[in-house]
Design a protein around this ligand. Structure first.
Ligand code: SF4
Ligand code: SF4
Ligand code: SF4
Length: 218
């Protein structure tokens, strides 16, 4: 579990996600990235069954700003930093040499290659533009001094209210007990609600029968 409760985390509720991809489009718009660039936030669709009896579970994911940040450990130029102030993992594009090591080390394929031949990824909207935010103070997106923090764009533009972001201590208070317990007991990368009974991902025995990145270890 992330040691610092002030570090920012993402929260995702798959029961509220309708698979509309608004989060993905919002991210690209804000950061000025072309439609052919790889997504920093992706929505994947996990299916089972045979047409027309097909169950579809959409899952929205981005960089999880891992507390152990495997990407940071392999970067030969120290371009990747897990910021002490807020836990957001950034890439300093002045230092990046485009070797792609971070992309191979990341279990989730979060760093994307392509913007100017360098690596870039989600920076929780610390700054605007590909890879910005490495040296950013708390910006208008993350006001800390008694002002309500403004959410990253994927959060504020989520049609289903499925994504949240904020300091871990705050977000975990709003999560269900099951989600909070799972976050604390495993690697604590992102707070994810379990599939609700009756969702497409839960069979009649009450177990999840569609494997997604968020229930693969259940
Ligand atoms: S890029 Fe991958 S390994 Fe690095 S913090 Fe993000 S999710 Fe974790
Ligand atoms: S591609 Fe850039 S950020 Fe990634 S490991 Fe190489 S130098 Fe570091
Ligand atoms: S905007 Fe929200 S509801 Fe739509 S795909 Fe993204 S997470 Fe799901």
């Amino acid at each position: 579990m992330a040691a610092d409760t002030d570090h920012w985390v993402f929260y995702f509720d798959p029961n509220r996600c309708i698979g509309c991809h608004a989060c993905t489009v919002s991210c690209k718009q804000y950061h000025g990235r072309g439609s052919d660039a790889d997504d920093w936030r992706t929505v994947t669709h996990h299916e089972e069954g045979t047409y027309p009896d097909v169950n579809d579970v959409p899952i929205s994911m981005s960089c999880m700003h891992c507390h152990d940040a495997p990407c940071e450990k392999v970067c030969p130029t120290n371009a990747i930093e897990k910021r002490e102030s807020d836990g957001i993992v950034t890439i300093d594009r002045e230092k990046c040499i485009g070797c792609k090591y971070c992309g191979w080390a990341c279990p989730f394929g979060a760093p994307t290659y392509g913007d100017e031949g360098l690596m870039s990824k989600c920076n929780m909207c610390l700054g605007q533009g590909p890879g910005a935010g490495a040296d950013a103070d708390s910006t208008a997106k993350h006001k800390q001094d008694g002002q309500a923090a403004v959410q990253p764009n994927c959060v504020s533009d989520c049609v289903g209210g499925a994504i949240k972001a904020g300091p871990q201590s705050e977000v975990i208070r709003e999560a269900s007990e099951a989600a909070a317990n799972r976050f604390k007991s495993d690697n604590g990368r992102v707070i994810v609600e379990p599939f609700a009974e009756g969702s497409a991902a839960v069979d009649s025995t009450g177990s999840s029968d569609i494997i997604t990145p968020f229930n693969a270890g259940d």
